[in-house]
Ligand binder design. Structure first.
Ligand code: GLN
Length: 448
């Protein structure tokens, strides 16, 4: 009830929600109120949660913020994470805005509306999980799930001053996450505190036979092992992460954070991730290639909207896709199709895969000697609505510090670490070894 009251109060301005689940959610809340004692054994009992709209929800509209799925009102199944939330007795409040098919860094690529930054509505909330981060920051929901392919959980978390975790690739099932780039996509939690974040990940993580890339690993009770002591922790600070292109305010906030770690007993040293500079180019080849294959299924036949204008089958495919997809999605499909086409495959796609391996090795080298890597989440705080939308390349460059983490498959979190002179939040990024979410959470918790 309280969530919906808050949504009524602020969502006109924030524009975080695409679809509300009000009737169902209130019914569930009533049930929980009535027989609380018997049903009160869920880890998230009665907690209001919002879901990014690329996470499939049975019977609840799922659009990926794309017009091509405008009428996808009645999906037949729940994503594995949604099932797990239901088992934990969380209550789904609604579906959250995003960049169309998770392609973007500002929420301006949504086919419906641009979500605003709750700290200042002239600014973007980040993306693509901007609706998720804005809903948590504006207290419309207690926590939300987002997805992160190149930074889409951590960047909006940084811009909105909340905590966002991209888990190790394979830790959280992707079953029921509408695929963008399958070798990079991960679902993760966005919350107000590190402890809540750890709790939520405990619920959604774990092996799932419905996702062939799901890892068969034990999920520790992260939230039960959070302490402030940082003695002996070895922190690596990549010089590429504090270099040119990162604003002085952001650098200063990170330096201050490192002082806090020193005072808690940790040690830090500068290191290098030499192949980081190729990360954005590598990412856009790999992610777009995978997207061009994944998005082939939206043809006006299987799901979603079909063009009314077509006279024959081929026109029907063409028109449905032309009318249904937005500009950014089309751009990626064209880039990906080109990179995968014969004659160019070796030069672009294959080369990108090789560079991806080098980027991954950079991280492995550093993690031989250090426990975590720390730097900023983004080069600057949130930018203004409209500022970058006409220039895709500057928009892409904004993800330079988050993308390498996806290419390497390691976990990364963004936690608030101060404000800019304009009063916008700045995010600190903490990156860990594969499946070492525990150390990442521990390090984030000590700072918080
Ligand atoms: N901004 C990046 C992109 O547009 C990352 C998106 C994401 O992580 N889903 O691809």
């Amino acid at each position: 009830d309280e969530s919906y009251r808050r949504i009524e109060e602020v969502d006109d301005q924030i524009k975080a929600f695409l679809t509300l689940n009000k009737e169902e959610a209130l019914k569930q809340a009533d049930e929980f109120d009535r027989d609380g004692a018997q049903s009160g054994n869920g880890a998230l009992f009665g907690m209001p949660v919002g879901l990014k709209d690329n996470i499939v929800t049975k019977g609840l509209r799922t659009t990926c913020a794309s017009k091509i799925l405008d009428n996808f009102n009645d999906p037949l199944y729940d994503a594995t994470v949604v099932q797990k939330l239901k088992e934990a007795k969380a209550i789904t409040i609604g579906k959250l805005n995003m960049d169309e098919f998770a392609m973007g860094s500002s929420n301006e690529n949504s086919g419906y509306m641009a979500t605003r930054n709750p700290w200042n509505t002239d600014y973007v909330p980040g993306g693509s999980s901007g609706g998720s981060a804005a809903a948590v920051a504006s207290r419309e929901v207690f926590f939300a799930l987002g997805s992160d392919t190149g930074g889409s959980i951590r960047q909006p978390a940084a811009f909105c001053g909340v905590v966002g975790m991209k888990p190790t690739y394979g830790l959280v099932s992707r079953f029921g996450l509408v695929a963008f780039a399958s070798s990079l996509d991960q679902i993760g939690p966005i919350t107000r505190t590190v402890e809540d974040n750890a709790r939520l990940l405990e619920v959604i993580a774990g092996h799932d036979h419905m996702d062939s890339t799901s890892a068969n690993v034990e999920v520790p009770a992260y939230s039960e092992h959070l302490e402030k002591d940082m003695k002996g922790l070895k922190i690596a600070v990549p010089k590429e992460y504090l270099g040119e292109g990162v604003s002085e305010e952001v650098r200063e906030a990170v330096r201050k954070a490192l002082k806090v770690y020193e005072s808690l007993g940790a040690e830090w040293e500068e290191v290098s991730l030499p192949h980081s500079k190729y990360a954005v180019a590598t990412y856009y080849l790999i992610a777009s290639s995978e997207a061009s294959a994944n998005l082939a299924r939206f043809d006006g036949v299987r799901y979603g909207v079909r063009s009314e204008k077509a006279e024959n089958m081929i026109d029907m495919f063409k028109l449905s896709r032309s009318e249904g997809f937005g500009d950014e999605v089309k751009r990626r499909i064209m880039l990906g199709t080109f990179a995968l086409s014969s004659g160019y495959y070796d030069a672009y796609y294959k080369k990108a895969q090789k560079v991806r391996t080098l980027i991954k090795q950079d991280f492995e080298n550093v993690f031989e000697d250090y426990d975590v890597i720390i730097g900023p989440t983004t080069p600057t705080p949130a930018f203004k609505v409209g500022e970058k939308i006409d220039d895709p390349l500057t928009m892409y460059a904004n993800d330079i510090l988050t993308i390498p983490v996806n290419l390497a498959g390691v976990p990364g979190i963004s936690v608030p670490c101060g404000f800019s002179s304009e009063g916008l939040p700045i995010g600190l990024q903490i990156i860990g070894r594969h499946f070492d979410e525990q150390t990442v959470y521990q390090t984030a918790y000590a700072f918080e």
